[in-house]
Design a protein around this ligand. Structure first.
Ligand code: HEM
Length: 484
């Protein structure tokens, strides 16, 4: 009896699902994909996916089903893509802008990544103001200061012993990014909460329990409680800063004294917080300001530390690249602490090549809110139905042989004549507004480091793993030797 009822329910649910997704299935008939079981879809493809086997599995998947395919998981339609022809049409399109980044919703709330399309353009404009030329100089000086402060810590490790460079790099990047966004150095409590929260999200990524919000809600109550507590700590400090800024503004405009509070430190650069507050946008609530600070902290801290660690390990393991970078740095030195960063074209190529092979943000996500017509030389012209979730795999896309010859080799020279395209910052209207700043940051850190230390290729090789952003499951091992 129980078996018969279960079977009947299963058949009914499958029939319902079949009719509900009929239109979508008709529209994607031209796409290949794995076997789809009634109701479950191709769940077998997701069950055994984990951060360590992600790259092998996705390579096998793309070899089998092509660079542009379809994969049903229950009623959800996934479109995995590693194809430039479709990616360009999609990302450069003005209407299909929704990212659908569900995992981070509790933390990044209605920030730029997840806000409605009508708010997005204004937010993008506000964040881009952080990186206008005048402020960029000051932000770059901040990067130089932070890099200089890192040198004594690295000197302590310059004994040719193997260590994980991420342990030293990431606190420094965290400190820098929070100074850029909030205008103050993070308190110990804040830095710990930000670090712990990113670790928590790393664990959640690709885990079955947190595949959707409902599952997570039910199956991980302790993790969820801890996550909310960490978010609260960060936002409490943001709100405290917002109120101190408002008091200072009041004092400036009316000469009014608010509640006495600790004055804000004098800073030379415009912080993101000040830009958002001074935009005088009545529609920008304190919650939304917190969401933007969180979004930029997330991007800046996680992606820049990963990029810098990958660059250091790649330089250590390619002696001719290290020598070329060092020779260029000697030529472009202004004084013992400053380099003309814009003249470091070889180092820039080294960074581009690092970001090509190791794009910190591996996947770009789009959720279609309306049908998306496209043209394609292999699968033909057709329409992607609304509701489809598109996952663009930058890692695979930047290792395709006919676009990047000898794709797995580290060859910065391929970027020297401007004919190679770097996709790691996305493309189109939603591409990264901090691209130029990121290159300045990475160069400002690498210049003193490569000048003062020889990077030695000791320790284990990188083992790529995907935990929210690209990382290495055995860390970023190398050794340092002080140069005479
Ligand atoms: C190595 C460093 C970085 C990489 C590889 C990177 C990569 C990216 C990519 C691929 C996107 C596009 C996402 C999409 O199309 O869905 C993006 C967007 C964004 N990035 Fe970056 N990023 C980096 C550093 C930063 C930094 C330092 C900040 C700010 C402090 C930042 C702020 C943002 C913001 C706010 C967006 C959202 C733009 C929008 O949706 O309109 N990024 N980034």
């Amino acid at each position: 009896m129980i078996l018969t009822t279960t079977f009947l329910c299963f058949c009914l649910a499958s029939a319902f699902n079949y009719f509900r997704t009929r239109r979508q299935r008709l529209l994607i008939k031209n796409l290949k994909g794995p076997i789809t079981w009634p109701l479950m879809g191709s769940i077998q493809k997701l069950l055994f996916l984990n951060p360590k086997n992600f790259f092998k599995q996705s390579k096998d998947y793309l070899t089998k089903f092509g660079l542009f395919s379809r994969c049903w998981i229950f009623h959800r339609l996934f479109i995995p893509v590693a194809d430039l022809e479709l990616t360009r049409q999609l990302l450069e399109n003005e209407t299909s802008l929704e990212t659908g980044c569900e995992l981070m919703k509790d933390w990044l709330k209605d920030g730029i990544l997840m806000c409605q399309q009508d708010k997005w353009q204004h937010r993008h404009g506000l964040i881009s103001r952080l990186f206008i030329n005048e402020n960029m100089e000051r932000l770059t000086d901040l990067c130089r200061q932070e890099a200089e402060a890192l040198l004594p810590k690295l000197s302590e490790r310059a004994d040719e012993e193997v260590f994980d460079i991420r342990e030293i790099i990431s606190p420094s990047i965290l400190n820098l990014i929070v100074r850029v966004t909030c205008g103050v150095s993070p308190s110990d409590n804040y830095a710990k909460a930000l670090n712990d929260l990113t670790e928590l999200y790393r664990k959640r990524f690709l885990s079955l329990q947190s595949a959707n919000r409902f599952n997570y809600w039910l199956s991980c109550p302790f993790m969820r409680r801890r996550q909310n507590k960490l978010i609260k700590i960060l936002n409490q400090e943001h709100k405290d800063l917002i109120s101190r800024h408002r008091q200072e503004q009041l004092k400036k405009v009316n000469g009014l004294e608010g509640n006495p509070s600790e004055p804000l430190p004098q800073i030379w650069h415009e912080s993101l917080l000040r830009i958002l507050l001074e935009s005088q946008d009545p529609q920008l609530t304190d919650e939304e300001i917190c969401a933007e600070l969180n979004t930029c902290n997330y991007f800046g801290y996680m992606l820049c530390s990963a990029a810098l660690c990958f660059a250091l390990v790649s330089i250590a393991r390619n002696p001719t690249v290290q020598q070329g970078s060092q020779e260029e740095l000697q030529k472009c030195k202004i004084d013992h602490k400053k380099w003309q960063l814009e003249k470091l074209s070889y180092l820039e190529a080294v960074l581009q090549e690092t970001l090509r092979l190791y794009p910190p943000q591996v996947i770009l996500q789009r959720q279609l809110k309306e049908d998306f017509p496209y043209t394609h030389s292999v699968v033909g012209d057709a329409v992607l139905p609304h509701g489809a979730e598109i996952y663009v795999n930058l890692h695979e896309m930047q290792r395709i042989e006919n676009r990047y010859p000898t794709p797995n080799n580290f060859q910065p020279d391929r970027f020297l004549n401007n004919s190679t395209e770097l996709l790691s910052f996305g493309m189109g209207p939603r591409s990264c507004p901090a691209k130029k700043f990121t290159f300045n940051l990475l160069k400002a850190f690498l210049a003193p480091l490569v000048t003062n230390f020889e990077l030695l290729p000791y320790g284990n090789e990188l083992r790529l793993s995907l935990r929210l952003v690209l990382g290495s499951s055995n860390g970023f091992q190398l050794a340092l030797k002080e140069r005479k």
